[in-house]
Design a protein around this ligand. Sequence first.
Ligand code: FES
Ligand code: FE2
Length: 346
Amino acid sequence: MFLRNYWYVAASDAEIGRSPLGRMILGEPIVLFRTEQGAPVAFEDRCAHRHLPLSMGKLVGDALQCHYHGLRFGVDGRCVRIPGQEHIPNGARVRTYPVVERYHWIWIWMGDPALADPATITDFHWLDDPKWGAKSSYLHVEANWQLVVDNLLDLTHLAFVHDSTIGNMALAEHAKVKVDRGPNSVVVTRWIIDQEAPPTFKKVGGFSGNVDRWQIVDFAPPAFLRLDVGATPTGTGAPEGKRVGGIGMRNLNAITPETETTSHYFWGQAHDFDINDPATTEKIFEQIRAAFLQDVEVFSAQQRNLKLFANPAQIDIAADAGVIAARRILGRLYDQERAAARVAAE
Ligand code: FES
Ligand SMILES: [Fe+2]
């Protein structure tokens, strides 16, 4: 199940340049490159002549030249040159996709181009805001994108999967949890009051005593999860809004389906303390990366079992409230897209 009329992250800004990059997104092969002026461009990764991936070709000026017989396609997807031939047939063009560069990411619109409004790109400003230190990265995941969404909406797993980094038992046993459901949003708020700080927080925040810790997970469809997390020394007023004397971070996640069973996982970590110290940014990033590699192991093992057991029955527990709310929204949006597509096709 894929939702098409959305902006997705296709690549990081540094991945796209003057060598074409081939990448599968929502099951569609795409090729990405930059013009001489630096503007990002996305085509279907298939030559209109004999179907060779255009990502095997090269750029000549702003035209992408196919590796097989040298047809060249301009930024609007139209063929601009056929070697040894004047006439360019009408159908000599490749599909183009709307793209926008924002927050150090290249965003692609996978649905009806007439609906592509850059104003609807989900806000990830923490990744390039001078008031925050930040670093982002990419993981390839051998699992369906919704397993990654589920993971980030139920943070009780930190107590088990991440007990060596960002988790401890207090997260699963002593959290006050609230789930706020909007028509197209879910916010899971978790407060863990007067508990020991987890290993990563001790390392980067220097906490010695107990802390009040918050985890506020904001879900926006199809697969954007922005986590507001942090801790302050216990009893200093963080639950009442006084977040001073501790650390605050944003864990930022944009998951792009590659196929039904694989995903592109773009993520970043931003912090509001020591923002101009690259060593702090790096230290936090490495801690979170270590945790995310633990998650990737979990997703792929889940996906293998889903295949081996052919979609087995499952049970729900109280901690699934956010997960269930998000899956409900995604199911409804999918049904709406399908209904609209049926009407358009009639
Ligand atoms: S397949 Fe691309 S030019 Fe022939
Ligand atoms: Fe995790």
